[in-house]
Design a protein around this ligand. Structure first.
Ligand code: PXP
Length: 254
């Protein structure tokens, strides 16, 4: 059955707006678990703009479901992952000037470096995932680098929906959905788990959740935004209900 990883960085962003101790992203992770999250995702950025090193240690001690460490493929982050030992480590491109992750990782352009990084993670018992665009060349490169999971970037799909009056049947939206579906088929064909995420919300999640073979969605902003009004447990419950109702089954395994 399709699974949900909840990204709690956005809670830390609110905390850092005041450079104080609340709201606590670790509390948010516990609430998300109680709402039915199958995993918790955090992104430790090089500039520590939201999640900090202490949060990472406390998340490892507290979270019972799978922990997904989103990171740039740098020496510092790989070494930290090997110490913390999350169940999943996801490589993303990182730029200091971006507001959020803007595009998929260029795996094809740094194959040897990433092959080495993936091997180090797998040796430490951590499953390695690549966040990539819906692009066959990048998927094949991810398989060649040894990644066991690909998270396909759904940002362009989400953007198309907003740009076309939230019409899920607009040709531009259908084209982006098809691109994710084709990419997902290729990910599975190459023996990897098909995950997806970025920009998903309560309006646009179901077509993605209904794609054949999809394993897991990673969602942050929409859940934390709704949680302001209904609480994290309820926001997670509602997202899972929508995902499951979309009828996804037969998820590929890691
Ligand atoms: N997947 C990746 C790789 C991300 O960088 C993010 C954002 O932190 C997400 C998923 C979640 O995106 P959103 O916050 O738009 O749901």
């Amino acid at each position: 059955m399709i699974e949900l990883g909840v990204n709690i960085d956005h809670v830390a962003t609110v905390r850092q707006a005041r450079r104080t101790y609340e709201p606590d992203p670790v509390w948010a992770a516990v609430e998300a678990e109680l709402g039915g999250a199958d995993g918790i995702t955090f992104h430790l950025r090089e500039d520590r703009r939201h999640i900090g090193d202490d949060d990472v240690r406390r998340l490892r001690d507290t979270v019972h479901v799978r922990l997904n460490f989103e990171m740039a493929a740098t020496e510092e982050m790989i070494a930290l992952a090997c110490t913390i030992r999350p169940e999943l480590a996801m490589f993303v491109p990182e730029a200091r000037t971006e507001i959020t992750t803007e595009g998929g990782l260029d795996v094809a352009g740094q194959l040897d470096r990433l092959r080495n990084a993936v091997a180090r993670l797998h040796d430490a018992g951590i499953v390695a995932s690549a966040f990539i665009d819906a692009d066959e060349r990048q998927i094949d490169a991810a398989a060649d680098a040894g990644f066991r999971v690909c998270e396909i970037h759904t940002g362009p799909y989400a953007h198309a929906i907003r740009a076309h009056g939230r019409d899920l049947r607009a040709p531009a939206v259908v084209a982006q959905l098809d691109a994710v579906a084709i990419a997902g088929d290729r990910v599975i064909e190459r023996g990897m788990r098909f995950n997806a995420g970025h920009g998903l919300n309560y309006v646009n999640v179901q077509p993605i959740a209904g794609l054949p073979g999809i394993g897991e969605l990673h969602i942050g902003h929409a859940i934390v935004s709704r949680a302001i009004f209904v609480g994290i447990r309820e926001a997670v419950r509602e997202m899972k209900r929508l995902m499951r109702a979309a009828g996804a089954d037969g998820a590929s395994s890691t």
